[in-house]
Design a protein around this ligand. Structure first.
Ligand code: UGA
Length: 438
């Protein structure tokens, strides 16, 4: 089928490459000329394991092209996927839908024939209905453009795998034709047994924010337990393991530590609260404010722990931070808990050196006041405390004996509960992990 994918960020670039990979004729569209140039040359504009391979083979197959022209997109697609960002509005909790609206405004007047417009971005419930009215106003005479919502559940770091082999597909449609069109787009996956849930657009939009709200709640729940464990001298990792054996609870997303960040979970739960308030049901989701607060508190608590461990005053103290991205296997530093802690320590006078294998350049752009690099030993040289804040695999491979020789004081905070503490202790390190006995 002839598809367009509009917006080539983490979501759109992966969706475009994967749709070409499963046999569609895909045109990727973005306003960013640099991004389009990089993608056309087979270079992903961000770090995502496996994307370069899928992109290269899709380009070589001739089934994937990129453009900056929405007019060209209008002419190409039987189905147009909207994959642009829906960030938090400045000065508000609500989602900013200006990029979604701009796609509709730029695309619809040029549609030569009837087609299906499918939103994938995370949006407040009711957006499909609002866009349907806007599209009807803008469509040329005799052209019918139906709009459907098909939320995306991919995780950064596993984006290709999640797109090609999703846990489920959700289609929010208003007609049988739209449903059939989406089933044809995803035919390969349906044949492979991926569950397909066909519903109305409001429900589809809500599935996405409800899923992210549940995941965020699960993380804040275990982080609240970690704080109780700290006070009671209990171990949150054993607690999570024991809880996780109950299949009704499950072990995943019960990793206690510095909490959640990134471009999705934090802004999605806030936008959900804002939307629920508009709908007059704010109190029903008040608990999400608490989830957000517990999450932010992990950052303050970790910075306070670092201050305490260096003796109460961070002024002039050398601090090494391992990890800048919001999670491993990504170069994304949006709302990164690791960088938030690094910046807080810097504000308190510490001399902070941040290390990240892939995110150092983005980290420097986001926080020019911090020193960020990709040389681990350099970051740790002379450190009086080391904070492990993003659980990159390579940190588990670090030799604590060697690192102890480089730092000034072998003191470690494991903010992700992911390092082999016994080995570090045996190498002479004082180790403090969130929610675990010393
Ligand atoms: C999240 C969802 O997991 C995806 O399903 C969704 O599609 C995506 O948002 C989105 O809305 O686009 P992502 O933001 O890539 O995906 O990252 P996650 O793997 O969910 O991790 C989010 C944050 O939670 C990270 O900072 C991670 O370190 C933290 N986390 C995760 C924990 O602190 N503990 C855990 O047990 C799991």
């Amino acid at each position: 089928m002839r598809l367009t994918v509009i917006g080539t960020g983490y979501l759109g670039a992966v969706h475009a490459a994967c749709m070409a990979d499963i046999g569609h004729d895909v045109l990727g569209v973005d306003v960013d000329t640099e991004k389009i140039k990089a993608l056309s040359e087979g270079r992903p504009p961000f770090y995502e394991p496996g994307l370069d391979d899928v992109l290269t083979s899709a380009l070589a197959s001739g089934r994937l092209r990129f453009t900056t022209s929405l007019r060209e997109a209008a002419a190409h697609g039987e189905v147009h996927f909207i994959c642009v960002g829906t960030p938090q509005q400045p000065g508000s909790q609500a989602a900013d839908l200006r990029y979604v609206d701009a796609v509709v405004d730029g695309l619809v007047p040029y549609l030569p024939v009837s087609c299906l417009i499918v939103g994938k971005s995370t949006v407040p419930v009711g957006t499909t209905a609002r866009l349907a009215a806007r599209i009807e106003r803008l469509a040329p005479e005799g052209v019918r453009a139906e709009v459907a919502w098909n939320p995306e559940f991919l995780r950064e770091g596993f984006a290709v795998e999640d797109t090609l082999r999703p846990d489920r597909l959700v289609a929010g449609v208003t007609s049988r034709e739209a449903d059939e069109t989406l089933r044809r787009v995803y035919a390969v996956m349906l044949e492979a047994g991926v569950p397909y849930i066909s519903t109305d657009p409001n429900t589809a939009e809500l599935v996405k924010v409800a899923a992210n709200s549940f995941l965020a709640t699960k993380i804040s729940f275990i982080n609240a337990m970690a704080e109780v464990c700290d006070a009671a001298g209990a171990d949150v990792v054993t607690l999570a393991d024991a809880l996780g054996h109950d299949t009704r609870i499950g072990r995943r997303f019960l990793n206690a530590g510095l909490g959640f960040g990134g471009g999705c979970l934090p802004k999605d739960i806030r936008a959900f609260v804002a939307r629920a308030q508009e709908l007059g049901v704010g109190p029903a989701v008040n608990f999400l404010d608490e989830v957000d607060e517990i999450n932010q508190h992990q950052r303050t608590r970790t910075a306070a722990l670092a201050r305490h461990l260096v003796g109460g005053d961070l002024t002039g103290r050398r601090v090494a931070v391992l990890g800048a991205t919001f999670k491993p296997n990504s170069d994304d530093v949006r709302d990164s808990p690791a960088l938030a802690v690094a910046a807080a320590l810097h504000r308190q006078g510490a001399d902070v050196r941040v290390h990240d294998p892939e995110g150092a350049a983005n980290a420097r752009r986001a926080h020019p006041e911090l020193r960020c690099g990709s040389d681990l030993l350099e970051a740790c040289q002379g450190a009086e405390i080391v904070l492990h804040l993003t659980e990159w695999g390579e940190y588990r491979e670090v030799d604590p004996v060697k690192l102890a020789r480089v730092v000034r004081e072998p003191v470690l905070i494991d903010g992700r509960n992911a390092l082999p503490h016994d080995e570090w202790r045996a190498a002479g390190w004082t180790v403090k992990a969130l929610g675990r006995p010393a």
